[in-house]
Write a protein of this length. Sequence first.
Length: 546
Amino acid sequence: MNADTSLKHHEDDIQAIAATGFARLRWSRFFLLQVTEGARARRWIKARVAGGLIRSVASLGWDAKSPGAAAGHAADDAGLGARPAHMPAGPEVYRENRHDALALAFTFNGIRKLGFEEAANMPFPATFKRGMGDRARAGLFGDTPAAWSWLDHADTRDQGTQAEIHLLAMYFSTRDVIPAFLEEDALEECGLRLAGVIKGCPSYIEDNGAAYEPFGFRDGIAQPVIRGLRESTSIKAARKSAGALFEDRVVAPGEFLLGHLNEYGERASCPDVRGRPRDLPAFGFNGSYLVARQITQHVAAFGEWEAREKSAYRSAQTGAGYRTEHEDHPSSPAEKLIGRRRDGQSLVCPRKGKADPAADLDAFRYRVEDAVGFMCPRGAHVRRANPRDLLGWDVESGVAAAKLHRLIRRGRVIAQSRCREDGAAACGDPLFRGFGADKPPCGTGLMFIALNADLERQYEFVQQNWIVNRKFGDLADERDPIVGGSGDGAPRVFSVPDNPVGRKLSLTADFTRVEGGGYFFLPSLAALRMLGEEPAWQPQDTQPAP
């Protein structure tokens, strides 16, 4: 690999989901698949790669230049570059790249089911091989995998009858359709069993790509930017808006893509498989580890809690707002828990007027703006998930420390199974979100998707040390108020600092519940082509590939 940290020579090999969440492809489905016959499943993978639907970073945005592009769907949300010269220019490829996209990720057992074995000198990390449902470690992260419906490495002796998933197929589209190759009968013929489908709800994504989650908050804001990867138009706008603070979110590529330099100045370890052709890089090169969690959100319970807290606070105070003496504008109790206003503005330094979707909402520092937590409480969800500059001995060391634990999030809101009944035209309309509306909301939870290069140092560190850590931010005995519930529904508290004394909000129920989850490997396009062929059992190279 070239020592240059730029990724421009690798963009045609990196799956596009590393650069974009496909927000303008508002319909989504996540297919949980099991490999039943390796040879036929390999042929299915080979056909998917050959079909061009598994998009690379290099392919993003060139559909804006394609002939006959449909109005309103001409450009991908990433807005990257022109069509690469090596990409075919046939009408079928233009159609696919304009309307839909596919991403594939595999569990460790899924890779083995396809007939591939890890190389002895370049193995996969133990965390990935043992899986998210590892009974010996799950308690460290507040998980109860025995109650899940699916996971990545099922141990039927200890964890019941959950479906063990081998392959996660993520399909995004401008329409509510299922392509023929993902129909259950077609999958069965190709050596794949459909264990479940998680459907995304388009109601929570606006036409401009702004996304919301079922509790009513703007989502997907504080995303890291991969250094050296071409920037989308929205990222360029954020860079201009944030100025020098933009560098706080720019992270070395090796924190997300294997084989590249990470924040330690080292190359992220690349696993390999036995029999890899000598003319190809290591199997893991340009790949990433993908974390998937199916999370149910108790929207009604969250709304009832907020209404009670508002009523209790107003009856005890002369003012009508829910503010501390340090705030110019009142924030709701729910906004205190999340750590942002519903439109995405920061509690630390809110903008005047309505938040502009194109404006940067991520340019601030906690230590500088709100060290004590008067505006954004220390235990708020977003403050735990990304402490920014807080955890070092000064601002610079805090920012550097946070970059070692960043995650790229690509989640989608989960739709009700019957959301298209009783108003098919409404599903897909933002008005059908149901935030405080008379009719129930369409979204029931979140399919959490995150990319990282080191599962232990990134995802698991965040989960154990920030989310479920009861002493995070010098708190006495508090977990994350949104996703840090113990699962037993026991009452908890949430501290809101203020002068002369703060107050503690009582959390009478868990607002979320995990239904399934797993660790997956997101291969490069070259590795996907390898998975589509019969394994070649040859002596392993003695020299590690770049």
